[in-house]
Design a protein around this ligand. Structure first.
Ligand code: R5P
Length: 277
């Protein structure tokens, strides 16, 4: 049985359909002090809790869903289509937590195993105290792309070059390159110019996540006379005014998966998750 988190209802329903498993009708109550109560009315031998931890309240809800599912099922599997705090994977200053590790430890207490989609770093899987598998949903990002002219698939930093290659391969052709990026703060990103010629070409920017949109909009500023610019990412967080930033930067279209449910979630990560479960 698939037990959906409230922020992951689309991907959970798609996964239920892929696996031909029923969906649990989770019920919610809210107390006057702001606390939430979830109820998992039914479960079978295996409960697959599907919840992207897109907010602090989604983290709390996940822990509750796991605990409720544990009382009804023999095996609890936790699918994190998007793992929040995954980018805080080291302590950058003395006294800071490794937040990804703290979250992973908490999530581990309520499950037999974990699966997560395109984590920021593969090594995040090691933070879990139960087996954790990672899934790559980037190949699907090529599906909504139109026919492209002399395409160039660009990642905004060296770390995302594999994703750009995956999308290029899934599209079926084109060049791949990347920018050098230096992050000064959450919203201040420096992208060094890249030698690849972009004039008259369709450029597809590929990254794991678009959060504030600073990385993508700064990368787009470096492109010289491209024909069209498309933005693709696995996790379309699109916080605050990120979507507007991309629109004003001249992006033709943004495509993401449903690991984070947004208007741009053009493809589902469910088939890739189903294949690995
Ligand atoms: C960083 O290494 C990631 O791959 C993304 O490039 C980054 O997190 C995107 O964040 P933002 O949209 O806030 O620039």
């Amino acid at each position: 049985m698939i037990v959906p988190g409230s922020a992951s209802q689309e991907v959970a329903a798609a996964l239920a359909s892929e696996l031909d498993e029923p969906l649990a009708a989770v019920e919610y109550d809210w107390f006057a002090d702001g606390e939430t109560l979830v109820r998992v009315p039914d479960a079978d031998d295996r409960a697959i809790v599907v919840a992207s931890t897109v907010s602090d309240s989604a983290h709390v809800e996940l822990l509750q869903l796991q605990d409720a599912a544990r009382q009804r099922a023999d095996e609890v599997v936790t699918v994190l289509p998007y793992m929040g705090y995954g980018r805080q994977d080291e302590a950058f200053e003395p006294g800071e937590p490794v937040s990804a590790r703290a979250m992973a430890r908490a999530i581990s207490t309520g499950t037999d195993r974990v699966m997560t989609v395109n984590p920021h770093e593969a090594s995040i899987a090691d933070f879990f105290e139960v087996p954790c598998a990672t899934v790559d949903a980037a190949g699907r990002l090529a599906d909504p792309l139109p026919d492209l002219s002399d395409p160039l698939f660009l990642s905004p930093d060296a770390g995302a070059i594999d994703l750009a290659e995956t999308v290029r391969d899934a599209y079926g052709g084109g060049a791949v390159d990347y920018f050098e990026k230096v992050r000064h703060s959450d919203t201040d990103v420096e992208i060094r110019p890249n030698d690849a010629s972009t004039a008259g070409r369709d450029v597809v920017l590929v990254d794991d996540i678009v959060a504030t949109g600073s990385t993508m909009s700064t990368a787009i500023d470096q492109l010289s006379a491209p024909e069209r610019v498309f933005v693709t990412c696995v996790h379309p967080m699109l916080a605050a005014n990120a979507r507007t930033k991309l629109a004003t930067a001249g992006v033709e279209a943004v495509y993401g998966t449903d690991t984070i449910e947004r208007a741009v979630s053009a493809v589902s990560a469910a088939p890739a998750i189903a294949e690995s479960l």
